[in-house]
Design a protein around this ligand. Structure first.
Ligand code: PSU
Ligand code: MN
Length: 307
């Protein structure tokens, strides 16, 4: 019988004990966000990108009811390939454990678990946010409300353009979640470099992000998250015209097929990947690998500060 405490992978446990840099990684992009069989290969590449930049990867997920920080390769393989892996937000973690489920953690759940485990930096692709019909459906990702109360830096390429980007930025402001552009003052739109909105803050280096994390702790004033928005270079983005066409078509199909709630994000991502014949998938992978590299460099810079 499991005791329900968070379990740490061996390497992650040792790194945390010795205050070595650790980067949290989510598992929902692996189980629900990327097509098989590339998903497992990409999951391993993300971990390697963190290692290459000098930090220890801690992919978070639930295996048979055990909540694990730092999945080993067998566990990662299981979440990437098994049928019936649940998509777990924060509210699902306890019931999923009690029922012995396999589950992949979203940005919300990964952030909360990572912070509970003492990890301050997290890399993902794109954040969840406010959906386009949210005024009617109330569909707003728990990623936002969780980051309001979770002290972690999330390196991402903004929010997916499938969302209402402006509304998401407004909600982040209301909720007190920090947003900084990495070497930009424009909020990125995931597949595309420019999501169409300005940012108040820009940082130039991993060291500056690390300094902000240290300042947050020492000031003791703000207990929420910091979004580090890392855009793709324009020559690596998805062709904006192809992007706009695919999005319009995907939104129309979504309405036609009556897809709602937590199925929306995986549905639209898989629509993009099939319609663009893999172009959006290649872009998606680039985004994640770049974010993993930046997150690791932030974690390394943060570990250099005295505690
Ligand atoms: N961004 C991606 N791929 C994904 C997700 C985000 O590029 O698979 C996942 C993340 O785990 C995020 C979740 O937390 O989608 C948001 O889902 P929802 O809108 O149901 O909260
Ligand atoms: Mn939702």
């Amino acid at each position: 019988m499991t005791d329900f405490h968070i379990q740490h992978g061996t390497e992650v446990a040792e790194a945390l004990r010795n205050r070595r840099p650790v980067v949290a990684l989510e598992s929902t992009i692996v189980s629900h966000g990327l097509p098989r069989p590339e998903n497992l290969r990409v999951a391993r590449q993300i971990e390697q990108a963190v290692r290459d930049a000098g930090a220890v990867p801690a992919t978070i997920g639930m295996v048979g009811g055990r909540l694990v920080v730092g999945l080993d390769d067998a566990e990662l393989t299981r979440l990437a390939t098994a049928d019936g892996v649940a998509k777990l937000s924060v509210r699902d973690l306890a019931v999923a454990a009690a029922t012995g489920a396999d589950g992949a953690t979203t940005v919300a759940a990964t952030s909360a678990v990572a912070a509970a485990a003492g990890i301050r930096v997290f890399a993902t692709g794109g954040l969840g946010g406010v959906h386009r019909e949210a005024a009617q459906t109330f569909d707003e990702s728990a990623d936002l409300t969780t980051l309001a109360r979770t002290p972690i830096a999330v390196v991402c390429a903004g929010v997916k353009s499938i969302l209402d980007v402006g509304a998401t930025l407004e909600r982040l402001e209301t909720l007190g979640v920090g947003v900084v552009g990495y070497r930009t003052r424009r909020f990125p739109g995931f597949f595309v470099t420019d999501g169409g909105f300005d940012l108040d803050w820009s940082v130039d280096s991993p060291e500056q992000v690390a300094a902000a994390l240290v300042a947050q702790v020492r000031q003791g004033v703000h207990a929420g998250g910091l979004i580090v928005a890392n855009p793709l270079p324009t020559d690596e983005q998805l062709d904006p015209a192809l992007h706009d066409r695919t999005l319009a078509d995907g939104l129309a199909r979504l309405a036609r097929d009556g897809v709602t709630g937590k199925a929306v994000t995986p549905y639209l991502l898989s629509h993009f990947h099939s319609v663009t014949e893999g172009a959006s998938l290649a872009v998606n992978v680039r985004i994640i690998l770049r974010n993993a590299d930046l997150a690791a460099r932030i974690a390394v810079a943060a570990a250099a500060w005295p505690t």
